[in-house]
Design a protein. Structure first.
Length: 205
C-alpha cells in the first residue's frame, strides 16, 4: 500500500484534517532523517512507514472518543507510535495526549516534533512504573507482553480506563496466558494493516 493510498484512508476513513496530514508528513520526514543516526524504527520498516507505522497507529482512532474531556497515555511510545499519530489527529483542547518513553534520545525526538509542529502533547521521560497515571485511555504498541501491560495498567493507572493494545499474531495466546488473573471484559479486533495482527481492547475496572 503506497503513501497516497494511506493518506486517502487517513482523510476519508479517519477524518484527518489537511493540517494534520501535513504534520504527519513532516513527522515522517523528520523520523526518517533521525533514523539515519539513531535506531528509532527498524531500517527494514522505513520503506513501509506509511502503512506499517502511521496507518497501523491511526486505526485505533475508531475506539477513542476525542470529543470527551479526557486524556490518553501511550506507554513506551518509542518513536511516537501510536501516541504521536493520535496527538497529531487530536484537535480538541479538552482531550490530552501523554507519551511515556524511557529513552532519552527518543524523548528528545518526540519533544522536537511537538515543538516544531505545535502539537499539544506531553512527553514524559523515565521509568513509567514510578509514575501515577490518570488517563481514561491507555494505548501501547510493541511495548511488553500482554500480561505485563495488564499488570502495569492495574497498578499505576488510578481510574477505570480503556486499554488498547496493538499486537501481532500472538494476541490470543498472550490473552490465554494472562487468563488466570484476567477477568475484565475484552474484545479482539482484526488489524487493517496485517491480517495476522490484532487489537486487544479491554475495559479495565
Amino acid at each position: 500500500m503506497d503513501s497516497s493510498h494511506v493518506v486517502k484512508i487517513l482523510r476519508e476513513k479517519f477524518n484527518f484534517s489537511e493540517s494534520s496530514l501535513h504534520k504527519i508528513n513532516v513527522y515522517k520526514d523528520e523520523l526518517l532523517k533521525y533514523n539515519n543516526r539513531y535506531n528509532l524504527i527498524s531500517k527494514s520498516s522505513e520503506s513501509s512507514i506509511w502503512m506499517r507505522h502511521i496507518l497501523d497507529s491511526a486505526q485505533i482512532i475508531d475506539y477513542i472518543n476525542f470529543n470527551q474531556n479526557a486524556s490518553l497515555s501511550d506507554l513506551g511510545s518509542g518513536a511516537g507510535f501510536p501516541g504521536m499519530v493520535l496527538a497529531i489527529f487530536n484537535e480538541k483542547n479538552s482531550f490530552h495526549v501523554k507519551l511515556y518513553e524511557k529513552s532519552t534520545i527518543k524523548c528528545q525526538f518526540l519533544k522536537k516534533i511537538s515543538e516544531m509542529l505545535n502539537i499539544r502533547v506531553d512527553v514524559i521521560e523515565g521509568n513509567l512504573e514510578k509514575e501515577v497515571i490518570n488517563s481514561e485511555y491507555i494505548v501501547c504498541r510493541a511495548f511488553k507482553k500482554f500480561n505485563e501491560i495488564l499488570r502495569i495498567s492495574r497498578e499505576i493507572v488510578k481510574k477505570p480506563h480503556k486499554l488498547i493494545v496493538l499486537k501481532g499474531k500472538s494476541a490470543q495466546e498472550e490473552i490465554n496466558k494472562a487468563s488466570n488473573n484476567f477477568k475484565d471484559e475484552y474484545k479482539l479486533v482484526k488489524s487493517i494493516t496485517n491480517e495476522e495482527s490484532k487489537i486487544i481492547i479491554v475495559n479495565v475496572k
